[in-house]
Design a protein around this ligand. Sequence first.
Ligand code: BES
Ligand code: MN
Ligand code: ZN
Length: 498
Amino acid sequence: MNFDLKTLDLAAAASEKCDLLVVLLPEGFKPGKDALSALAALALKNGDLVPKAGKHLQLYQAPAIAARRVVLVGQGDGSARATRQAVQAVAGALKAPQTKRAVLCFAAEPAAGAVSAAVQAVADASYVYTATKTKVEARSLGRCVLGVPGATAVRTDFDTGVALVAGVEFAREWGNRPANHATPTLLANAAKTLAKLPGIQCKIHGPAEVARLGMGAFLAVARGSEEPLRFIELRYNGAGKDQAPVVLVGKGITFDTGGISIKPAAEMDEMKFDMGGAASVLGTFRALAELQPAINVVGLVPACENMPDGRAVKPGDVVTSMSGQTVEILNTDAEGRLVLCDALTYAARFKPAAVVDIATLTGACVIALGGVRSGLFANNDALASALQQAGETAQDPCWRMPLDDDYADGLKSNFADMGNVAGRAGGSITAAKFLQKFVGELAWAHLDIAGTAWKGGAAKGATGRPVGLLVHYLLEQSRTLAAAKPATPRRTARARAA
Ligand code: BES
Ligand code: MN
Ligand code: ZN
């Protein structure tokens, strides 16, 4: 769908021809002399509308208004959060089949992040999954105009929102696809399509190369599947060659049966979402291609299925990871950490400024934090607070969890350097402690998105999280780098190299 940003006051908004006009009215709204303002002021005065975020009033073919339908909606304090709530409240009108063209008008100057929040909420409301459905209408909303008192002031915020929509929808799309439509090979192909975009390169490693690299833990997980594994390596170069990259590592288990330690049947279908970390990495690259920030980013995705089979890895098997450390695989369902540990070892070769892995890693994290905040683990306070802050800004929040060394006690093994599971207690932390054994001194963070990457129940589907958090983090890093150093935009850097 297309978004446009326009300078519009309510008088101008009233003459915009569209199927739906949404007017965002914050507390303290000052009406102008136009008809729409008068209508809103009257409704507020009579108490038929309150400016609380999400409270709304619908009008049909109102006189002197070009839009067929109008929704006046309260925008609360006008913050990004309240704006999102306001748009969510009119989601029904935005996704109605007759709504092909919508105008969303801010009655007052938007707060920081409010335009981006509105763009994302409109996209979210109108998103439809179609890939494997024959009887479903594609998204009806084709164009949405964002009307603001002054377009120039919010241009960057608008662009960020549009880029995030592209990234989040890429992640949702791949997350939602059933495992037979999102095999490791298909996921790698999706990564290759990203390399057609400016600044992005992609390399795909197959089983032979992964074996040559000595990724014994990753290979052990992939053994039980007929689908060949893929190791995806993406690069986005937006800064000079001397600039250390941020490495993102996404868990790419395209289906997790649990392997020989097989999962119960109930809700096992949801394990098609076990590549949510991978999807968020791909989605982040999709957004980077739009935004072209001055930063270098590497994306790594170990992708395979976790299946039971005659050749599958068995509980008690000991494998040698790429780091040289041996692992006793006590539970084949703790496979995410096994594919990630080798990717984390590989990450070190980029001499990264920071490594962030993103994984639907543990059911324990769902118990701890539910679906609101992702679990954040980090061996570096600056990195942790940058990610935390990015999560707040993006309305894609996380919560820091501990990494005391005592939590690693349960990983001791009689037959290898470590086991791949500890007890049930503190399961998301012991999983993080396992990963930490593979990052050495690197500044590293781990996001456990098991509770946030998808929703279950009637609204079952991928959320596209934490693309918002990651993109905001990278944008902030690019700004910090630019402030610390004289700007080296990529064209200059390239011209110098040429
Ligand atoms: N992909 C799962 C984690 C998961 C479970 C995410 C439920 C969302 C909902 C992961 O591979 C897994 O199976 N983890 C095990 C680890 C255990 C065997 C130590 C778990 O959480 O039960
Ligand atoms: Mn598992
Ligand atoms: Zn898993």
